[in-house]
Write a new protein. Structure first.
Length: 286
């Protein structure tokens, strides 16, 4: 087991309730499974269900079945993050089913790197509707319940902020939508510093082998130049164990979190060498 810095305060997560968006596959599903392993009651929210399959493999019902098979408590909910009614409904379902809400993981995301000159406003609205507005709307709906928890966390899967033209120039619409999520983290942490509701953002330090990566960058990147989604799941749990007053307002990578506790990052690598890993977006050159 990784070692933890002496004196660092952590809280067991067993018995808490977490709502994870985009939980039908990839990083969201990995975080949901890992939280269930910790004894967390997990609400899965995504558009892909057994009766409404998405364009990529995976559904909230499949993830729920996996969690139940290991004794976990889980509620799968199919809905659209762009619908305020669906957001209100899943928050209400979480509270009525499990008695409260302690954690929100804003993982759902839309990806489109079309440049400004070519992107349609429909695609722009999709990026901002799911990434920026969706994360904000879900957090806003959950806040009345989070503020009553004694261990409240909002964890958003979004990157550290940089104004490097390398990231803003080629795909401004996508970059701005993701940065808006990180700005929300900073603002929410300041707004709720005394509540306390912790707000942090987590981002992969290298490519993670998700279904989306396979589709966008190809199987070779996913199989030999990426890490397992488990790295994000383990890093997420480490953050969510932290005391809300002591760890909030941070934009960190999975590497930052896991190296701090002495984890061996090579255990997450799918290829043969660390040097073969494909760098993550929005990070400084290594």
């Amino acid at each position: 087991m990784p070692r933890r810095p002496e004196g660092e305060a952590v809280t067991p997560l067993s018995g808490r309730t977490a709502l994870v968006t985009g939980a039908s596959r990839g990083i969201g599903a990995a975080i949901a499974r890992r939280l269930a392993d910790e004894g967390v009651k997990v609400v899965l929210f995504a558009k892909s269900g057994a009766g409404s399959p998405g364009r990529l493999p995976g559904s909230v019902d499949e993830v729920a079945a996996d969690i139940r098979s290991t004794g976990g408590r889980v509620l799968p909910v199919v809905g659209d993050l762009r619908s305020d009614a669906d957001i209100d409904s899943v928050v209400e379902a979480a509270v009525s089913t499990f008695g409260g809400l302690d954690i929100v993981v804003n993982n759902a995301a839309a990806f489109d790197t079309t440049p400004t000159s070519s992107i349609t406003m429909k695609r722009y609205d999709l990026l901002h509707g799911i990434n920026a507005r969706g994360a904000f709307a879900m957090t806003r709906a959950a806040l009345p319940h989070l503020v009553t928890s004694d261990h409240a966390h909002v964890l958003t899967i979004s990157p550290p902020l940089t104004i490097d033209p390398r990231w803003l120039g080629p795909h401004t619409a996508y970059t701005v939508a993701k940065y808006a999520m990180s700005l929300m983290t900073i603002g929410l942490a300041a707004e709720h510093a005394e509540t306390p509701v912790a707000a942090n953002s987590l981002w992969p330090g290298a490519s993670v082998a998700t279904e989306a990566i396979r589709t966008i960058l190809g199987d070779e990147v996913a199989k030999s130049r990426s890490r397992s989604p488990k790295i994000m799941a383990d890093a997420a749990v480490e953050i969510l164990r932290r005391e809300p007053r002591e760890f909030t307002g941070n934009l960190v990578t999975d590497e930052d979190i896991l190296r701090a506790i002495g984890a061996d990052l090579s255990t997450y690598r799918l290829g043969s060498s660390e040097s073969d890993l494909s760098p993550s977006w929005f990070l400084e050159e290594r």
